[in-house]
Design a protein around this ligand. Structure first.
Ligand SMILES: [Zn+2]
Length: 239
């Protein structure tokens, strides 16, 4: 047993194939979680079904009551997240945002995002994968961090589900980049940091790993950003 075809379809359409917790667009990489587990009497119903990405599903399932770490999601909390997201998807149907108050809110979120992630400085640096070309101003690191902090604010959220999904994906990849910077770069003088020069001789494997990690991730971040900017311009400023 499991959710029947009608419930699966209804749930996937309601969430627009986005994860209801992190809002990322998942496509086929989506799973349907039983909010109340079947072993606890949870039903295969629409109301008990929660679409999640693989990562969030693992997070929700991982909590072990015998060794509590962090705080478990309650059933009602999961349902509220889902209802909020379903509502957003419903409001975002169609390619253009028609309600003018929503349009204005999303425009201001878009402008804020543009200000935080400047295409000519920060995003250009990321696009050029500047991390591997010697030391760089630590402002780059701070700017990424500032954006991630802003993402935690409830008002920094698009009403439009597609834009919010793309922003969430960008945020997750910038979090990964933030971790790479912490792992692979060190202070290289006042207000600058970089991959240590001496790794070239002393730890060539570590250097290769750092270059490889940055080179793989930066095009993904750039691509996320450009997709979001293009869609935002089309959806918010086309008429
Ligand atoms: Zn998720």
């Amino acid at each position: 047993m499991g959710f029947n075809k009608t419930i699966v379809e209804h749930s996937l359409i309601s969430c627009g194939r986005h994860c209801c917790l992190c809002h990322k667009f998942c496509g086929t990489k989506i799973e349907l979680h039983h909010i109340k587990q079947r072993k606890d009497g949870g039903e295969d119903s629409f109301d008990n079904c929660l679409p999640l990405c693989f990562d969030c599903h693992a997070d929700v399932m991982q909590y072990n009551p015998d060794h509590p770490k962090g705080k478990k999601y309650t059933e009602s909390e999961l349902k509220r997240h889902r209802e909020n997201w379903y509502e957003k998807v419903k409001q975002s149907e169609g390619s253009a945002i028609t309600d003018s108050s929503y349009l204005n809110l999303d425009k201001s979120t878009f402008e804020r995002l543009n200000k935080l992630l400047d295409s000519k400085t920060l995003m250009y640096f990321i696009k050029q994968n500047g991390f591997i070309g010697g030391s760089f101003p630590d402002k780059i690191f701070l700017d990424i961090y500032k954006f991630l902090v802003e993402c935690e604010l409830p008002e920094f959220e698009f009403i439009d589900a597609d834009l919010e999904g793309l922003k969430s994906e960008l945020k997750q990849n910038l979090e990964k980049l933030d971790k790479l910077i912490s792992k692979h770069t060190f202070s290289a003088g006042p207000k600058s940091q970089g991959i240590p020069h001496e790794w070239e001789i002393r730890q060539p494997e570590r250097l290769d790993k750092a270059i490889d990690d940055f080179t793989k991730l930066t095009p993904i971040v750039s691509d996320n950003y450009e997709t979001l900017i293009k869609l935002g311009r089309r959806k918010l400023y086309a008429n």
